[in-house]
Write a protein that binds this ligand. Structure first.
Ligand code: ZN
Length: 411
């Protein structure tokens, strides 16, 4: 859900930014949340900012007609289902649901939780892990600047997850984004500005996804092939656009409501009740045929700590907890073919043997900054940071340092 890290980053910028630029591993070693969230400059991001829309601003159009993304958009635009935007620039029209056809011709999840498209040729959503008694484990809205304790915990438990990253957060906190790949997590797209996707025009919706893919590629070296719409707001028009961009849509059937504490009468007790209900459902046999996906967040320290607190109970209840892509046996999670993710069987076999079930990389320059260890190597996740691309990026950031500070932090 809507992240407030941009506000935090702006405040920290006013207070002053970190003098020394750190590397992914330096950033990952910080334990003080305030230190983790002290803004920093990262040269590759600063150098590329002109190619991106303003951070945290809804994408109003592609940045340039010479942008490769614009060419790609033009190539699909004529075939996009003719469904009108349900609002303006990511803000829903509040009255639109009143007049919406109850037959749900658009397969609009927000209204009906529809996951099986009505428009032919549009692929359905993934709302459950296909493997029995399995939790497809994922977190939205990152990278959160102070996520080290949470990610450290996942390393300690040899647990990988799917991280649905917001493009603006990736450019705000590139070293934190790199950690996801270094630790062997799977990264998916969660839009550029975290607005309602059905309330964008075709070009704007394309841009929200395109620029997030490019931001993740710029920072981590890999290009995701999966996404999750903020608020779950998707219809067949948006599904089709994402599909044409090679993105598989991952939703959920269970909602922790962790993002919502403090509003809409949601309390920490509500959230714990949602976790407990999911765990009870495992015991009741609900997932004996098909597993589960629950909506949880990397949004703030509360949501991350709640994930940590509940992990032992989830691990005791489910037979398997795996990244969503692993539950789908998606062994090539990124566009780049030199990075592989273990199959469901290989992931579980690695965990049983005590090895790290990370993905592996052949280590070319296109590889992620910190490739995961090979699933058969027995290496500890997070210890194999820094194949060629990442090291090169970090060296360049050290070299260029503060020269580009202002540009890197423009919001
Ligand atoms: Zn979200």
């Amino acid at each position: 859900m809507r992240s407030h890290t941009s506000i935090a980053a702006t405040a920290l910028m006013l207070l002053g930014v970190r003098a020394a630029v750190s590397t992914e591993s330096d950033e990952a070693a910080l334990t003080d949340p305030t230190a983790q969230c002290t803004a920093y400059s990262y040269a590759p991001v600063a150098a590329a900012l002109a190619q991106f829309p303003p951070i945290w601003t809804p994408v109003s159009a592609m940045v340039s007609t010479s942008d490769p993304g614009y060419v790609k958009f033009l190539s699909i635009n004529a075939s996009i289902p003719n469904i009108a935007p349900k609002g303006v620039l990511g803000v829903p029209d509040e009255k639109i649901t009143d007049g919406y056809n109850p037959a749900d011709p658009d397969c609009w999840w927000t209204v009906t939780q529809c996951v099986t498209p009505k428009v032919s040729g549009v692929k359905g959503d993934i709302a459950a892990a296909p493997e029995p008694r399995t939790l497809g484990y994922g977190f939205d809205d990152g990278p959160n600047c102070s996520h080290n304790a949470f990610y450290d915990y996942l390393v300690e438990k040899n647990q990988k997850a799917t991280m649905f990253y917001i493009g603006s957060n990736v450019l705000d906190w590139p070293l934190q984004a790199q950690r996801a790949v270094a630790d062997g997590h799977e990264i998916c797209v969660h839009s550029w500005s975290h607005r309602s996707m059905t309330a964008f025009t075709n070009e704007q919706a394309f841009g929200e996804l395109w620029y997030t893919m490019q931001a993740i590629k710029l920072v981590t070296g890999v290009t995701p092939t999966c996404w999750r719409p903020p608020l779950g707001d998707v219809d067949d028009r948006i599904r089709y656009i994402a599909q044409q961009m090679g993105l598989e849509n991952v939703l959920w059937k269970y909602n922790s409501n962790d993002w919502e504490v403090g509003s809409n009468n949601v309390t920490t007790t509500t959230v714990q009740g949602n976790y407990d209900a999911l765990i009870a459902a495992v015991g009741a046999g609900t997932f004996d045929t098909t597993g589960a996906i629950m909506l949880t967040h990397e949004l703030n320290n509360y949501t991350m700590q709640t994930a940590v607190d509940n992990y032992p109970k989830l691990a005791a209840a489910f037979d398997h907890i795996v990244p969503v892509g692993v539950s789908l046996n998606k062994t090539q999670p990124y566009v780049e073919t030199n990075y592989t993710q273990p199959s469901f069987a290989a992931y579980n076999a690695a965990r049983v043997s005590g090895a790290s079930p990370s993905g592996s990389s052949s280590g070319s320059a296109a590889a992620a900054s910190g490739s995961g260890s090979k699933s058969t190597s027995g290496s500890t996740a997070g210890s194999n940071q820094g194949t060629s691309a990442g090291v090169a990026l970090r060296v360049s950031s050290l070299t260029l340092g503060l020269v580009v500070l202002g540009a890197a932090l423009a919001l």
